[in-house]
Design a protein around this ligand. Structure first.
Ligand SMILES: *[C@@H]1O[C@H](CO)[C@@H](O)[C@H](O)[C@H]1NC(C)=O
Ligand SMILES: *[C@@H]1O[C@H](CO)[C@@H](O)[C@H](O)[C@H]1NC(C)=O
Length: 141
């Protein structure tokens, strides 16, 4: 009898966890490289701050690890809040990933005057997103 009850409890818990996982949040992850407009795993941009910007709102930020990898998890509550601030339903594919940490921080021969920006794309998994490609934009003064 106790075994049966335990089994039911475990099954119910399993259902709850799955539901939270598929309904509760979206994620964005990818790599930032230490070079202009490039894809070069040999040159990771470590300790870069990656911001998700939706309209005028910076939704969240993360710091890249030693491999240049970042991962952001945006819970539905946050996305709903930003949607209410912007008065439109936020689709992460219309947001951008911005890196204002100067490229000179990872390679002193690169410029300190500019920033990296990438659009966001969907992946084959629902609610999982990735950068399209980081493009370098120079500041003109
Ligand atoms: C992002 O997408 C917009 C609209 O398609 C395009 O104008 C812009 O150049 C793209 N930016 C980057 C960094 O790819
Ligand atoms: C990187 O892309 C930007 C925007 O298209 C361009 O202004 C810049 O010259 C490019 N830099 C290199 C090194 O290709």
């Amino acid at each position: 009898m106790i075994m049966n009850e335990l089994l039911i409890l475990v099954v119910l818990l399993g259902v709850t966890v799955t539901a939270v996982h598929s309904q509760g949040y979206s994620s964005i992850s990818g790599y930032v490289w230490c070079c202009e407009n490039c894809t070069d795993p040999a040159h990771p941009f470590a300790n870069a701050i990656v911001q998700v910007q939706c309209g005028t709102v910076v939704a969240m930020e993360a710091t890249t690890d030693s491999k240049g990898f970042f991962s952001l998890v945006l819970v539905d509550g946050l996305l709903n809040f930003i949607s209410s601030v912007l008065n439109t339903v936020v689709d992460l594919r219309t947001c951008t990933l911005n890196v204002y940490t100067p490229l000179s921080q990872c390679d002193a021969t690169l410029t300190s005057s500019g920033f990296l920006l990438s659009n966001i794309t969907s992946t084959s998994q629902p609610r999982v997103f990735a950068p399209v490609r980081f493009i370098f934009y120079r500041y003109y003064v």
